[in-house]
Design a protein around this ligand. Structure first.
Ligand code: SF4
Ligand code: SF4
Length: 442
């Protein structure tokens, strides 16, 4: 056979002594190639015949194993497409995001959800069970995300449905997992215990948008009351038994508080163990229901730089060796919206594909009280393909063309998310710290 270089090899940096840091996005592998290995890397392609079984060169073997070199007749783009189709129509896993209410106890100005005073009823609850039962024989795993509105306004429903779904999975030897996206106000110790022990919820995502004053301005209770102290106290009481993922939404109004917030989390609260993680996310400026905040939002390009600065600040505040910089890993799909076995269910039982559309009936793809409809809306998600510029992009294996919803709103042109904009610079910056043992690269 003949060998060739992978089309997804990406040069991260050239070191002073001529070594090269190379990342392969198809496999998520990362290496430092010295000059000798580079020569082999270039020369091996010129050989008319290469016998892999007789090769005893450890450099070449490593390059083959990690996908920097591949057999000449392999088409990696075609393989990516196959990977994508496989994941789209995989029947083994059913993922449901259930919103038992669209109502909320907060009134955040940037929220795009239409907070209808809707609550799930018994018929819809039963039909969610029926929906799962109809599919359970070909399932290996059921994954539930509790969502809203604020899902903990309906604790009883979460407990009741969880119990029934867990029992059903147990009977059919289907594994079960759950998480919750909540504003954290109602997540007291007792509730968190119930979620963990009775509902198999293993992670809660909570949003904190700044220190007390800023957070309360952006994420205040409906009666304008302080939500910050309640959420912080709740996290303190539950973080030892429930994983917490804190999301910080950043726009031009709160960006200056990012650094202080990191200091608050790490130094004041001592939140630095594995069970509690925080990350920054841009407030989106693309939304068909709300453009009134667009002037305060960052573009993904702008936000990528901000995120890098915040990562550096975070790293410097953590104990030596405890910071983990994750090398991007290949993904099969951009998100669950394009997976067949993936639905969001609103309190009326309406089914949706994308998180940004929950509750908007014009985008519904059926109803659990009736049937799944393969209408134009549904098919457009399942048939969504790579944008033209993505076909040539070396980030395609780790991005899969970006958020399809953003692409739709951007007249069919893919939108490169902030995580794709400067990850090479981030790996480069942190590589030197890794060699000193200050940072782990995953
Ligand atoms: S399409 Fe975009 S907004 Fe919708 S669920 Fe996927 S990533 Fe989220
Ligand atoms: S969305 Fe951007 S980063 Fe992602 S594959 Fe397409 S061109 Fe590349």
């Amino acid at each position: 056979m003949k060998l060739k270089k992978s089309r997804y090899n990406i040069l991260i940096d050239e070191l002073p002594r001529g070594e090269k840091l190379i990342y392969n996005s198809f496999n998520g592998s990362f290496c430092k190639m010295n000059k000798e290995a580079q020569a082999k890397y270039h020369n091996v392609q010129k050989k008319e015949e290469f016998n892999i079984d007789e090769c005893d060169d450890s450099d070449i073997i490593m390059m083959l194993e990690q996908g920097f070199l591949i057999e000449e007749d392999i088409d990696e783009l075609a393989l990516l497409k196959v990977r994508r189709y496989d994941a789209k129509f995989d029947n083994n896993v059913l993922s449901l995001t259930i919103a038992p209410t669209l109502n909320c106890n907060m009134d955040c100005p940037y929220c795009i959800e239409d907070k209808k005073d809707l609550v799930i009823n018994d018929i819809t609850k039963n039909n969610i069970l029926k929906f799962v039962k109809e599919r359970i024989d070909y399932l290996k795993h059921l994954s539930i995300t509790w969502y809203g509105g604020e899902p903990l306004l309906q604790k009883k429903t979460i407990k009741e449905l969880s119990n029934k779904l867990i029992k059903l999975c147990g009977e059919k030897e289907v594994t079960y997992s759950a998480d919750i996206i909540t504003n954290g106000v109602l997540l007291d110790k007792e509730t968190a215990m119930t979620l963990k022990n009775d509902c198999k919820v293993n992670m809660a995502q909570i949003t904190i948008d700044g220190l007390k004053e800023t957070h309360n301005k952006r994420r205040h209770l409906k009666n304008n009351g302080d939500s910050f102290e309640i959420i912080i106290n709740n996290i303190d009481k539950i973080k030892d038994f429930l994983s917490i993922n804190i999301r910080v939404n950043i726009d031009k109004n709160n960006v200056i508080e990012g650094k202080n917030l990191i200091d608050f989390f790490i130094n004041k609260k001592g939140w630095k163990d594995k069970n509690i993680n925080f990350y920054f996310a841009p407030v989106h400026d693309i939304s068909e229901v709300c453009t009134s905040h667009a002037s305060t939002c960052y573009t993904f390009q702008e936000f990528a730089e901000i995120n890098k600065e915040l990562l550096l600040i975070q790293y410097k505040m953590l104990p030596v060796g405890s910071f983990n910089i994750n090398i991007p890993k290949p993904v099969s799909l951009p998100c669950g919206a394009v997976r067949k076995n993936n639905y969001l269910i609103d309190p009326r039982g309406d089914l949706f594909k994308c998180w940004n559309q929950i509750g908007m009936r014009q985008y519904s793809v059926g109803n659990v009280n009736d049937k799944v409809r393969f209408n134009n809306e549904h098919n457009s998600w399942l048939l969504s393909e790579y944008g033209d510029k993505c076909i040539k992009c070396k980030n395609l294996p780790i991005c899969q063309g970006g958020c399809p919803y953003n692409k739709r709103l951007n007249n069919g042109d893919s939108v490169c998310q902030h995580t794709m904009v400067n990850y090479k610079e981030i790996i480069k910056e942190f590589y030197y710290e890794m060699t000193k043992g200050n940072v782990r690269i995953g």
